[in-house]
Structures are given as C-alpha cells and as structure tokens.
Design a binder for this molecule. Structure first.
Ligand SMILES: [Zn+2]
Length: 348
C-alpha cells in the first residue's frame, strides 16, 4: 500500500496572508484556532492573522514560543487541548511551524503552515526538527493541510534565510543520487516520479540562480515554489528520501558537533557540493549556483572550522545508519580531507 499525504490548499503570492479566513472557511475549520508563533513573527504576521480570524467570527489564541523543544511541544499541546482548538496555525520561519506541526498531531487536529521566511523545506513537509539535549532531531509529525506563503512577507525576511532555503532545495541533487544508489545496491524501494520532482525542484533553483536577489518578491516566489515541489516529492515518496541524503547527514553531524552550527540549508548545500564530488558528478555547478545566489560555499563563510567539517564528514554515515548513501560505511580521514580541499570547502 502507498499512503501519500498532501496539503489540500497551497497559496503562494503577494498578500495571500489576507486569505487565511477564506482558507479556514473552505476547510470548515474556522471555529477555534491556536496560532503558534515566535516573538518577532507575532508582530510580522501573527496579530494580523488573529484580527482577520476574529473579524470573520472565529476565535484565535496566540501561543508565542521560544525554542523548538519537547517541553515546548508539550506546553502547546496542553494549551491546544484546554482551548479545544480545531486547527493549529504555524506562523514563522522554522521553529513555530515545527512546533505547530507536532503539537497539532498530538491534539489530532490539522495544521496550516504560514511561513514568514523560506529557509528550509520543513515549511511543507511532514517532518519536524526538535531540539533535545543540545541535539536537533528530525521526527515524523504530519503534513500541513494548507500552506499559505505570502511572498511579500517572505521577501522582507533576512536574505540569508531565503538563500539557505535555496541551498536546501539544491541539495536534492545529491539526495536523489543517494536514493538511486540505495535502490541499486540495496534494492530499496524507489519512486521515479518522486525522484524527478525532487530533481526538478533543484533545477528550478539552479536555473534561476541569477534571478534570486535580496528583497525581491519574485525571488521569494521562485524559492517557495521549489520548496513546495520538493515537499511534494517527499509526499509522493512517503519519506524524506528524495530530499535528504548524505549531505543532510553531514548537516545533522555539524548540528551536533559544531560550536556554532550554520543554517540547515547552508550546511546541506555545502555538504551537497562535497557529496556530488564523491558521486563523480558536476559539483562545480552546485557551487556556482550557490555563489550566484549568495549562499555560503566554504567552511569559513559558514563560520565553521576546518576540523569541524572533517569531523562531521567522518561521523555523517553514523547519523542515520539505515539510510544508505554514497558515504557507505564511512570515509577515511584522508579521503574526507581530500574531498573538502578539492571542492574548496576548506583551505589547507
Ligand atoms: Zn533539508
């Protein structure tokens, strides 16, 4: 059996935030809404959404959250149950959406993703990233029932976030290769259509790299469309496989060991340059697209030390051992250093 979960409504464009009441009414869930947001995004979009819902006759309670931890998930779940919310809204960059995704699942009600930045494909996926004991964990939650991406708001978020989101999508080039490899070496089930969608989303960013600029609504539109397509690839696959390979394991390793990790999408993209080198593919194309966008391509640009890069490369294959990738059973220290030096991620 194949079970695919997709959002029912996806709105991308200028001022689509105003459509929140319409979407709620179309989904017939406009009674009691719990809005999960952060302390900055509450002013960017949160209060405005509450006002619109109340004007339309609904009830909306705002939960301002600090960090994406299990304690916070429990707290929001309790609030949702006490409030008898029939829908959650995740309004913010990553954290608020992850929290809404998981706590709404705990309450057995749907959630709507309303990103105010487009820094990773979690804005459309079923997985949530939660911090526990200083580590970030990716857990299965639920896909949003709707995505409302106001590209005007997203274009006003720091450009670094949008560039990271583009990096997360570009990294699909190597995720897809890893998945194909796993299907050949380990007979892992593989979906050609999911792989093509993930590949296409990476192409969308790479081919438009010269159009992605700070402050442009059209750039936010390109990034969000690609993120949505990448999310759809995961929905078709029924897992994160088409958008998460060795480059993601490298990023998760950095999250655990680096003194100051960079953004998820930045790390995955730099990982993807190196993993493409291992695959024997066109790693320069990935690097050049990232450069054009203005996303980091080196350890120094990410604020990460050479030693941390090497250590993350050596540990990456242990992060998710059941997920077969080009890293196989691991790299030797000299191989790790060589790939980082050749791809100019680190300098000797
Ligand atoms: Zn990712």
């Amino acid at each position: 059996m194949k079970w695919m979960e997709f959002p029912r409504e996806i709105l991308i464009g200028k001022n689509v935030l105003n459509k929140v009441p319409d979407v709620l009414s179309k989904l017939k869930i406009n009674q009691k809404v719990l809005l999960v947001t952060g302390k900055n995004t509450v002013d960017v979009a949160g209060k405005q959404i509450r006002e619109m819902i109340e004007t339309a006759g609904g009830v909306c309670e705002i939960c301002v959250c600090e960090k994406a931890s299990y304690e916070e998930v429990d707290k929001i779940t309790e609030t949702g149950k006490a409030f008898e919310a029939d829908c959650f809204l995740g309004v913010g960059s990553g954290r608020s959406i992850d929290l809404a995704k998981l706590s709404s699942k705990n309450c057995d009600v749907p959630f709507i993703s309303i990103p105010t930045a487009a820094s990773h494909d979690g804005i459309v996926s079923a997985r949530a990233s939660i911090h526990s004991d200083g580590k970030s964990e990716s857990v299965e939650a639920q896909a949003p029932i709707a995505v409302i991406a106001d590209t005007e708001i997203i274009s006003r978020a720091p450009f670094k976030l949008l560039a990271a989101g583009c990096g997360d999508v570009i990294s699909n080039y190597t995720s897809v290769l890893d998945w194909e490899l796993a299907s050949r070496h380990q007979n892992e089930s593989f979906s050609r259509s999911a792989a093509m969608m993930a590949y296409m989303s990476a192409d969308m960013i790479s081919n438009s790299a010269n159009l992605i600029r700070p402050g442009l609504e059209s750039s936010a539109r390109i990034a969000v469309k690609a993120l949505v397509l990448s999310g759809a690839a995961m929905s078709v696959a029924g897992s994160s496989r088409p958008a998460s390979g060795a480059e993601h394991m490298f990023s998760h390793a950095l999250d655990r060991l680096a003194k100051k990790p960079a953004l998820h999408g930045e790390q995955c993209a730099v990982g993807s340059i190196m993993m493409m080198y291992l695959h024997g593919g066109d790693w320069q194309k990935i690097r050049d697209s990232l450069r054009q966008i203005g996303a980091p391509t080196t350890a120094a640009e990410m604020g990460i030390s050479n030693d941390e890069i090497i250590e993350a490369l050596l540990r990456a294959h242990t992060i998710r051992p059941e997920r077969y990738t080009i890293l196989g059973s691991g790299l030797t220290p000299s191989a790790a250093e060589k790939m980082a030096v050749v791809t100019e991620v680190i300098t000797e």
